[in-house]
Design a protein around this ligand. Structure first.
Ligand code: SF4
Length: 298
């Protein structure tokens, strides 16, 4: 089980600019076109929540929200209007500066979801295409670990470049006390084709996932794995959690998202898996359906 209940969170995409150029970025082609949510959207979710009490937490996301001057104000409004939790999704670089981390925490941020793309500086900086980015992101974990009542979640997109370093990522963060959860998102390209050649074949990836998940559990982390066939995980299948919070995002995003073609599987009609997204179009085009490897849940 994950540490957080996704159904109790609502997510607002409020900012679409970034100072990294991660090669696995899901919105790099749409970033300039997507319209961010506004103060009006924030008050809309506040009003919904006052009537329904369906969410404890609000997540501010998009591209890199720490570059957005309005972030502390939006967070403070959300917290004053009933949200117990305010989370940001970030690459963390700006949080390496303690004054800025304190500013956000004083405004009401109490959960930080931080992207770590690899286990060493050379690989991370190659993926982000910004020298020095790894050092700043790792420094952010250290800075945020000095605060009380702050929960940290690491997030790693698994690609051909990073998959052999999953264990190292877990190891690197093993001393961070505030780290409550580690997420691992198996890459999909928002396209029918893996043009950048970043998808890893599932069976090749499996031992590295096993190793990382097992180690994270040893360090008493909660773990969530996304987008991997549930039946291949054996006794680790409970770590597959594809649930997501209610998302407020520009509608045109979903046109792009549909290109992924999730939920394809030769056993789709008989399998009783609870969390599986099956295979997606780009994966199948590259590696096939794995009809001899998958074991549908009875
Ligand atoms: S058989 Fe298909 S749907 Fe069932 S768990 Fe495996 S990949 Fe998922």
């Amino acid at each position: 089980m994950g540490f957080f209940d996704h159904a109790r969170y609502v997510e607002l995409t409020v900012h679409f600019e970034c100072n990294l150029r991660c090669e696995h970025c899901m919105i790099e082609d749409t970033m300039k076109r997507l319209r961010p949510e506004t103060l009006e959207s924030l008050y809309e979710v506040i009003e919904i929540n006052k009537k329904s009490d369906k969410w404890d937490g609000i997540i501010f996301t998009g591209s890199e929200v720490t570059l957005w001057a309005e972030l502390p104000r939006f967070v403070a409004i959300a917290r004053k209007n009933g949200f117990k939790k305010a989370r940001i999704q970030t690459h963390g670089m700006r949080l390496a500066k303690k004054e800025y981390a304190r500013k956000l925490i004083d405004a009401g941020v109490n959960e930080f979801f931080i992207s770590v793309t690899a286990g060493d500086a050379a690989t991370h900086d190659e993926i982000t295409q910004v020298p020095g980015s790894f050092a700043k992101t790792m420094a952010a974990f250290e800075v945020l670990d000095e605060f009380n009542d702050v929960d940290l979640i690491s997030n790693t997109v698994i690609t051909k470049r990073s998959y052999k370093q999953l264990r190292t990522i877990v190891q690197n963060l093993s001393h961070i006390k505030n780290l409550v959860q580690m997420d691992f998102w198996n890459y999909w390209p928002m396209s029918e084709v893996d043009e950048k050649d970043l998808i890893v074949e599932h069976l090749e990836l499996l031992p590295f996932i096993r190793e990382a998940l097992t180690l994270a559990v040893k360090y008493e982390r909660s773990v969530e794995l996304k987008n991997y066939p549930e039946c291949l995980l054996g006794n680790l299948h409970t770590f597959l959690i594809n649930d997501q919070p209610k998302l407020y995002i520009d509608k045109s995003f979903w046109t792009e998202f549909e290109k992924n073609g999730f939920h394809q599987c030769v056993f789709k009609n008989e399998c009783q898996a609870k969390q599986c997204l099956g295979l997606n179009t780009a994966y199948i085009n590259k590696h096939g359906f794995h009809e001899n490897d998958l074991l549908p849940f009875a």
